[in-house]
Design a binder for this molecule. Sequence first.
Ligand code: ADP
Ligand code: NG1
Ligand code: MG
Length: 439
Amino acid sequence: MASCGRNLVPISDFPTKNDRLDRLKQLFLETFGGYPKFVVRVPGRVNLIGEHIDYCGYGVCPMALQQDMLLAVSENNTRNIVLVNANKKYKKQVLEPAFSGCKSPEWEHYFLCGVRGVQEALPGDFQLKGMNIVADGNIPPSAGLSSSSALVSASALCTFYINGITPVKEDIADLCAKAERYIGTQGGGMDQAIAFLATDGCAKYIEFNPLRATDIKLPEGAVFVIAHSLAEKNKAASNDFNCRVVECRLAAQLLAKAKEVDWRNVKKLGDVHNMLGVDLVEMIQLVKSLLHEESYKKAEIAEILGISELEMEENSLTKNTEDVKTFKLRQRALHVFEEAERVRQFKAICEKTADVGTLRELGSLMYQSHESLRDLYEASHPQLDKIVDISRKFCYGCRLTGAGWGGCTVALVAPDKVEEYLNALKVEFYADLNVAALI
Ligand code: ADP
Ligand code: NG1
Ligand code: MG
């Protein structure tokens, strides 16, 4: 469970941060025969609202979690990286720092993404030092709480430090957003931004290009409960994520073409929006009038844009979406513009003086967000939908958080309803699955 503000509730059977640090240092000593030079810590995050819109250029509302990735680090006198994990499911690796992508994503590849990001930011002849590392992460993996970006970001941070460089937070966040794309997914930068720009006691409104983070002060009595659907989704292991990125890009290009602005300069829905200079409500109307309901075939899109399918692949698709035959453009674009509008409203509600209706209004936006992710964006999972259904009796709002297709929900709950809600989840959800796992 995570509540907003300073009173984050510790997970009862979880070791305190100091116990973990001690164990980490001990493991480092046993593995490498000495203590680490330093430990870096990067948190996971929960996104309150604004899902699948960061890569379209729109602002999002995440906050950092207690759960984190710790890396204990010292330099070694080789050029290699020796990577050990406290969790034995992640095997020891001895790596050269170069990384040019991977077929199937393994944990060390996320680490190498961070190293590559740093290498690219430094002069070409800069020789990175070799490192000994012990990693210990407690963010549930593949659950939409950003375990991947915590690892990439921690890797970049320790690579900078060991080489004597202290990066500016905004710069390293930007660098890590780009670097994580080497894993194969074209994410938008929310996770790496909150990893570095989070502050204690508030959620953030994160905007992109240029990267900015402003405090979102949530109304009193806002408790957020995160529940794991126990369906995992490894984003880089399938093309689902990139399919959505590409569908949004193609929708943006068709809208630009229809409105006779330069579609070749359009990569994101936010680009065409900026070019047209209208508000989100008008963009929603444009989608409804210009994009059809049925899936678009590749040939149809190429014909509308006046290019060959090959050119379309080069210009708009990713390696792992080249073979996709049909694209849902209207549904994806509608989700993005409507979700961006929901974020605008969420932020505006938080900025006005809170009254009894405030939490209900915020919660209603969260339910709408989930329905849109389920129906228009097709990024939900039956187990996520089931949690959201159970939540309706107890919570102001509930939605999937992170990329989806599994992972976690985040619910907004009144403090005096939390216990009842947790019990309902145990009985109506986890008992059914024969487990009792609440985070
Ligand atoms: P998430 O929603 O958590 O970001 P992703 O599918 O993007 O999920 O990334 C999950 C991957 O991140 C895992 O498959 C693993 O390779 C890596 N990862 C997550 N946690 C750890 C950890 N504690 N140690 C090593 N690698 C981790
Ligand atoms: P998760 O589920 O944490 O891997 C992904 C993207 C975000 C954002 C969300 C959906 C990466 C590293 N993260 O998060 O940028 O697009 O999905 O809102 O690609
Ligand atoms: Mg991830």
